[in-house]
Write a protein that binds this ligand. Sequence first.
Ligand SMILES: *Cc1c(COP(=O)(O)O)cnc(C)c1O
Length: 367
Amino acid sequence: MSPELVVDLAAIRHNVRVLKELTGTAMMTVVKADGYGHGLAEAARAAREGGADWIGVATIAEAVALRESGDTGRALCWLTTPGDDWAAAISRDVDVTVYSEAALIEVLATGLDARVQIKVDTGLHRGGAPRAQWEGLFARAAAEGVRVTGLWTHFSSSDEPDDPANDDQERAFDEALALARRHGLDPEVTHLANSAAAILRPSARRDLVRCGIASYGLDPAPGHTPDLGLRPAMTARAHLALVKAVDAGDAVSYGRTWTASRPTTLGLVPAGYGDGLPRVGGNHAEVWVAGRRRPVRGRICMDQLVVDLDGDDPGAGAEVVVFGPGDHGEPTAQDWAEACGTISYEIVTRIGGRFTRTYVDTDRLGP
Ligand SMILES: *Cc1c(COP(=O)(O)O)cnc(C)c1O
């Protein structure tokens, strides 16, 4: 049996509803990178059912995939390179984002009546128009009669709510907005907030918030986020390939980085870094087998990893929960992130390989 990712669509629906109620703004659910590993089409559908007014994706290819899945609501994409097929997004009624006059010219060259959003860089120094180009870009958009439907930016440090960079960026955004208005632009929506800012920074909510990770039930700002009752949507599970006994002094896996100090039993889990489990989780991460958390012993390999069953023998074929919602004590994607020195985003987005994805809807089960 191949390992499985079980995605609970009811959890996504619930999380979107909770976030929308909390923020009191329009909600964009972000489904880039295959819905953070949960499936772009399925995540978008569940999000719409939960009340998502907008769907956000990074690339035009993702926007096309969204439309091909049957989604017809408002949608925004925001990551392009010169020569991209802008018409593919615009003709499918997707709002596109420009960071530069060069991009705006490409949009105009399609000859289509595009809905264009302008992204300004207020301090992340990643995408978005740098301050020195705001005026030129706004003036050009106004002169060409571009339908500017949005003005937006993105925080660098919203998961650190006390970082003064958040205030600085919000102030810079208001300056950009005032400048855009002086040029006669009147964006339908202004937006800054990702999940962490949507939850932790009411001043950043504006017309619309762009929630990714929290929509999947994961914590955008561990240590800062209040308990909102969000439900992790993804469970990764597998079945033990083998159980065996080892003696004190026996070392486990490549490089012999862990040695048993007592006789114990080991379980072989048929999933590894080839399936997106970070190799650095070796000797740090845990999985759930037979009612307990079991530590990963030794290095995680390409196709497999070994866990310490502490003398228990649940038998080959026993279920392994690699991570899940945590309701029964099983490790979560956040636990894996901490064991691997990363963030939960990376755990759920990278898992794949030989895991097959299936969907359940816990609202629609039962009598
Ligand atoms: C990914 C992304 C988001 C969502 O961020 P989360 O932290 O997952 O909520 C929002 N806006 C932009 C521009 C993004 O790239």
